[in-house]
Unconditional design. Structure first.
Lengths: 307, 306, 345
């Protein structure tokens, strides 16, 4: 310890600036979320898998010498080999190409239906939550009743009405899919609306439109994106299920669900035809689930600022 | 409590009403005629149409159908001639219900246990294992799970019967396949709910009373953590039920789901209508029961203040 | 006179930290104090100064991990709590020391009847019948001022008001007649009239049962009304200690003075502004080398930033931890004639 001397005992007063300078650097909400998402190894691996699959879905069919509906009777039920990387199906179509064509359909359906559901649900839920009143009351009664109806049943019926195909599938998944988001967004907006910072903005005479953009949306966007992330595997799941029970995509087009359905018939003799599509469905789901979990943790306001 | 139950019952009745209406009109909107088989002459087809009442105005058909429903009559099948939907449901539903209940019990019990174990050992290897099971489980669609179980346990290793539904050992594979997804999601919800509860103040209070860890876990944590799990039980029943569609097809179980998928593929509209309405009502009933159970379990609901 | 009473609780150089992702947070840094039989000891300080952590240390209620003891001793009736097995510590919790938490709204289990929550304290304690347990619970409920006890006994927490819940919390803490109750800001979340009732209740209970009380608060009004002795905490350390009178009329630490200046008094003239303490408490990830209060202190000197101050014993009870008491420090309104130099704590 240094020697004490008289000079050290001169009253200088407080030094607030010095104290404030200790504080850690401030990060914006998205910077912070991204930083935490990157730190989450599982979520990051999930993100990489998704990106990889998306790229393969776009490019793999382009660079293959086989077309996705070219039949080769000589190669029926072929096992994986140098010529056919993942083997062939019952009519000799190359599985590698069909997997990635299927990925296009499955991923597109998952992404689009989840996105549409999010938008519709967020708009309706947001309006109901923010303005409340009669509109809200009526909408909520309707939503409550619709929520009680098992969604898959309605989806199946709508598919039967519209026929097979990608567009009917997306529509069918969207008919009831928005209700969950709607309920969630309404609850969140309703809660935020009552908070003091929104009150303060209102008292200052800021128009509703700006309050919604500056105060409400940024506060629910994180959770909304997480919801989107969680909804995509759900939609892919439903697509696979519908294709599996014979609704969904019309041949010769394919999706992962169709491939699994076709493969399962030859389970006993040619197990690779089910195991390969199953592998891709499962890893995609896994990747999306990991990413969704990571997103949820990353945007959780309770965890902000921690590492 | 009475008020709460009444409210739920009224909502359930409204839901069933909306469901039947939506399903009825959707089925009528479906493309194609039911009697288009080449064997049928035009005359026969017309007779059939008038027999089933398809020549009447759609609103009249709707009210007739509603009237029949109130008497518990779900309609006729067009493919299985002379069989009513009621008869087919009566024949097949017991199989589905048996399978569904087995799967549900398996999923909820093991799911809860895994969730609790994971939360109690947070951050340790056991937690990691449970979380892994949960996340893998929610990533495998049930028809793939069914196919894989069938391939490995039934065909490759020959441990368990591959198909049919004749005895206990026949139920193991389909019930596991059906339960796995639900099990995983229940354990995930239970784990996060347990962790949420663990950080609550009343757990600290319980600790400050000098209670044993066992008592705190059982009486304070689990009791409160189980509430969010109960709220998802309704959707869980629905997902198990739709799971039976494919699992029954894979394992050749003569249950209702298998018939449903068949009638979807056969365009048997009367069957689709009848069975959909039955499924819908059944699920709404399940939801109602779950809601009421929730009310019984949570004193805040039971005593009417929310 | 008070000094002759026996100590029932003694903290010696307790250090408590938390492991976080960002590193180790030293929440309690070398804290020592004692609680005597039948006295009410106040612990005062602003949010985040470590007072709650200190209190929960005593019953080892902080979640471990991430929390851990870095050293020190906590002697309860001569036994070191830190060396006890889980079983022994459970006997102390609820049995010998009761704890009242800050927020009665969230501190009661929503799915249990309040009666059962009071009775739980007796679980695992031998020699009481079910009937006796219930009688004790009803008796204690009456004692904490709950009317219509038979009915309340069967109610759930959400059916009770905030004040009523806090009475239940106090009943839980008291039901086994502990020799010490730790109250962690028991009135912060209640409104003022209820606060007064609860404080009266605590005084009354001390009278009737002779219980010692540790009262943790950031409200000097509560201290003035209730406490015999006070310790002031800042940045995880005890900066000043003494009887309530000494602290109020003979303030010897700039932080205590700041606290006093920041509350309204009866003689505060109309229009006169209160003086807040500017700035925020130190970041305990990397506590300052010198005095933790230095950056916010009106009397800060160079030495304050470089070396931690020693403890200066001013009277039997009154001690402060501030360089202003050093013989080389310039004269100021804070400087007292130290009677003897205390050991460095």
């Amino acid at each position: 310890m240094a020697e004490l001397n008289k000079d050290m005992f001169v009253i200088k007063g407080k030094n607030i600036t010095k104290m404030e300078s200790i504080s850690r650097p401030s990060l914006s909400f998205w910077q912070d979320a991204w930083r935490r998402l990157r730190k989450n190894r599982a979520a990051f691996v999930g993100l990489c898998i998704i990106v990889l699959y998306a790229l393969l879905a776009v490019f793999a069919p382009m660079f293959s010498k086989y077309g996705f509906s070219d039949m080769d009777t000589a190669a029926m039920h072929a096992s994986p080999s140098a010529a056919h990387w993942l083997g062939c199906d019952a009519t000799g179509r190359d599985q590698w190409v069909r997997i990635w064509m299927g990925a296009r359909t499955s991923l597109a359906i998952g992404l689009f239906s989840a996105f549409i559901n999010m938008c519709v649900g967020a708009v309706i839920g947001g309006l109901c939550g923010y303005y409340g009143g009669k509109l809200d009351m009526i909408m909520m009664r309707v939503v409550d009743i619709l929520y009680g109806i098992p969604s898959l049943i309605i989806t199946i019926l709508v598919m039967l009405v519209l026929g097979k195909g990608v567009a009917p599938l997306i529509i069918a998944l969207c008919v009831v899919g928005w209700i969950g988001t709607c309920r969630f967004v309404r609850g969140e907006v309703y809660r935020l609306k009552e908070q003091d910072f929104v009150m303060a903005a209102k008292v200052l005479g800021i128009p509703d439109f700006i309050i919604i953009i500056r105060h409400i949306i940024p506060n629910i966007l994180g959770m909304l994106v997480t919801n989107l992330c969680m909804a995509i595997p759900g939609a892919i799941f439903q697509e696979a299920f519908l294709s599996y029970i014979g609704l969904g995509i019309a041949p010769p087009n394919c999706s992962w669900g169709v491939l699994a359905k076709e493969g399962i018939q030859y389970l006993r003799i040619h197990p690779h035809e089910i195991i390969i599509p199953a592998f891709f469905i499962c890893t995609t789901m896994l990747a999306l689930n990991l990413l969704g979990d990571g997103m949820r943790d990353a945007v959780d306001p309770k965890l902000r600022g921690t590492e | 409590m009475l008020k709460y139950v009444t409210k739920r019952v009224v909502a359930a009745i409204l839901t069933v009403f909306a469901l039947v209406t939506i399903v009825f009109f959707l089925v009528r909107l479906m493309p194609g005629e039911p009697f288009t088989s080449a064997k049928l002459t035009k005359e026969v087809a017309e007779n059939m149409n008038s027999y089933y009442g398809f020549d009447k105005p759609i609103l009249e058909q709707y009210f007739t159908y509603m009237g029949n429903l109130l008497h518990g009559n779900f309609g006729y099948s067009m493919k299985y001639t002379n069989k009513t939907v009621n008869y087919i449901i009566g024949q097949t539903f017991p199989f589905s219900a048996d399978l569904g209940i087995r799967a549900l019990c398996l999923a909820v019990s093991i799911g809860l246990v895994l969730g609790i174990i994971a939360a109690r050992n947070r951050g340790k290897k056991l937690d990691f294992a449970c979380v892994l099971i949960a996340i893998v489980g929610t990533s495998i669609p049930d028809f793939i799970m069914g196919a894989l179980l069938q391939y490995f346990f039934g065909i490759k290793w020959g441990l368990l019967p591959v198909a049919k539904y004749l005895g206990f050992e026949y139920t193991i594979l389909p019930a596991c396949a059906l339960a796995f997804y639900t099990l995983a999601s229940v354990s995930r919800i239970m784990r996060s709910s347990m962790l949420e509860v663990t950080s609550q103040d009343y757990i600290k209070t319980a600790r400050s009373k000098g209670l044993s860890e066992l008592r705190i876990t059982c009486k304070h944590q689990i009791r409160n953590a189980i509430m969010p799990v109960m709220t998802v039980l309704g959707p869980t029943v629905a997902s198990v039920l739709t799971g039976t569609f494919v699992i029954e097809a894979i394992f050749a179980i003569p249950g209702m789901g298998k018939y449903y998928v068949e009638s979807v593929n056969n365009n048997d509209y009367a069957m689709i209508l009848g069975m959909t309405v039955f499924y819908g009502c059944f699920l709404v009933l399940c939801n109602l029961i779950v809601d009421i159970l929730y009310g019984v379990a949570d004193p805040r609901v039971r005593i009417g203040k929310r | 006179m008070m000094a002759e009473k026996e100590n029932i609780l003694e903290l010696k150089n307790v250090v408590y930290s938390f492991h976080t992702y960002g590193g180790e947070v030293k929440a309690v840094r070398d804290v020592s104090f004692e609680v005597r039989k039948g006295e009410i000891l106040g612990i005062v300080g602003e949010s985040g100064c470590g007072k709650s952590v200190t209190a929960q240390c005593i019953l080892r209620l902080n979640p471990e991990p991430p929390g851990f003891f870095g050293g020190g001793e906590i002697l309860f009736k001569g036994q070191d709590i830190l060396k006890m097995s889980n079983k022994e510590i459970r006997k102390i919790r609820g049995g010998e020391i009761g704890f009242v938490f800050q927020d009665p709204m969230t501190s009661l289990n929503p799915t249990m009847r309040v009666g059962a929550q009071i009775e739980e304290v007796f679980l695992g304690r031998t020699g009481v019948t079910k009937k006796e347990v219930k009688d004790r619970a009803l008796e204690i409920m009456k004692l904490v001022g709950i009317s219509d006890v038979e009915k309340r006994y069967r109610q759930y927490p959400h059916e009770l008001s905030g004040g009523m819940k806090q009475r239940i919390m106090i009943a839980i803490a008291l039901v086994s007649r502990p020799s010490l109750i730790i109250c962690d800001e028991p009135t912060t979340s209640l409104d003022v009239t209820i606060e007064a009732q609860i404080l009266d209740l605590l005084l009354d209970l001390r009278e009737k049962l002779g219980t010692s009380i540790i009262m943790i608060t950031h409200d000097l009004g509560v201290i003035a009304r209730l406490c015999d002795r006070v310790i002031v905490m800042y940045g995880g350390k005890v900066v000043e200690r003494g009887t309530a009178d000494e602290l109020f009329y003979d303030t010897a630490h700039p932080y205590t003075k700041g606290l006093m200046n920041s509350i309204a008094k009866l003689d505060t003239a109309k229009g006169e502004k209160l003086q807040p303490i500017e700035g925020t408490p130190p970041d305990l990830f990397s506590p300052p080398v010198g005095c933790p209060f230095a950056a916010r202190c009106d009397y800060c000197m160079d030495v304050c930033n470089e070396m931690p101050p020693e403890v200066y014993q001013l009277t039997d009870e009154h001690a402060t931890c501030c360089w202003l008491q050093h013989e080389m420090a310039p004269d100021n309104d804070m400087k007292k004639k130290p009677e003897k130099k205390g050991e460095v704590r």
